[in-house]
Design a protein around this ligand. Structure first.
Ligand code: ADP
Ligand code: ADP
Length: 226
């Protein structure tokens, strides 16, 4: 089974705008996959549908063989999402943000605390655990979103433009972190509009433009064309 399988996905927003015009895509287990495309292409909409934040108009999405329409709560256990915008409670403390997320996934309190410690340490945020999230720098907030997305140890991690607005030093350390997570078996999909980011990290790539997939190939083959 594919980690993610999308078939003929359409999204028409309430204002009549057709953001996705029949997207089909398979991402194999263990892959590091890039969804590349300009602003407005439909990348965030696609991610929104996968994690059920955006209601699709038609089409099928399954995650490790589970159709999200049949059993979203099962599919959700396998997905961790790092959205583009910071969306945590600004007054909640770093430790609590991650632990609360673990609770949403049904982890018992002790395990939730162990996992919170593990991921805050891995992302270099353990010293900040007592701080309120609004006190963190932009780069720290982004790493906090990654820790929160990993705390239930999903098999598929999806990141929406993870390094947009991130300085070069942090970008490199985030890249290395993601490579390590992938090497340990987590399938990763990221959206980006930087070819360089896709080139540095990913094996396979889909290029999306105006709601359609215009190429689905390996990074190597894509680079040869340029
Ligand atoms: P990307 O992530 O590739 O930048 P998006 O998926 O965010 O693209 O957006 C795709 C298109 O859908 C854009 O033209 C955007 O303006 C439009 N769009 C996004 N959200 C809405 C919405 N809620 N209502 C209407 N149009 C939207
Ligand atoms: P700013 O947003 O002010 O640039 P950051 O939060 O981005 O600050 O980064 C602070 C420091 O933490 C940087 O020097 C960065 O290299 C380092 N850093 C980034 N990611 C990690 C990580 N995974 N583990 C440990 N340190 C990290």
């Amino acid at each position: 089974t594919a980690a993610l399988s999308i078939s003929d996905l359409h999204k028409c927003y309430d204002n009549g705008f057709e953001a996705l015009k029949g997207i089909s895509l398979d991402v194999q287990q263990g892959d590091f996959f890039a969804v590349l495309g300009p602003n407005g292409a439909g990348k965030s909409t696609t991610i929104g549908v996968i994690c059920s934040l955006v209601k699709k108009t038609s089409g099928k999405v399954s995650v490790f063989g589970t159709d999200i329409d049949d059993n979203f709560s099962l599919a959700k256990q396998n997905i961790g999402v790092v959205p583009q915008e910071f969306n945590f409670n600004q007054f909640e403390k770093v430790f609590d943000i991650v632990k609360t997320q673990a609770g949403y996934f049904g982890l018992p309190s002790k395990l939730a605390e162990e996992r919170t410690e593990k991921y805050l340490k891995q992302l270099g945020l353990w010293d900040k655990r007592h701080q309120r999230s609004r006190m963190l720098s932009g780069g720290m907030k982004r790493r906090l979103m990654i820790a929160r997305a990993l705390v239930h140890e999903p098999r598929l991690l999806i990141l929406d433009e993870p390094t947009a607005g991130v300085d070069i030093e942090l970008r490199r350390s985030m890249w290395q972190f993601l490579r390590d997570i992938n090497a340990q078996g987590t399938t990763i999909i990221l959206t980006t509009h930087y070819l360089e980011e896709a080139e540095s990290l990913c094996r396979n790539v889909a290029i999306i433009d105006r709601g359609q997939i215009i190429q689905n190939t390996t990074i190597k083959a894509l680079l040869k064309q340029l």
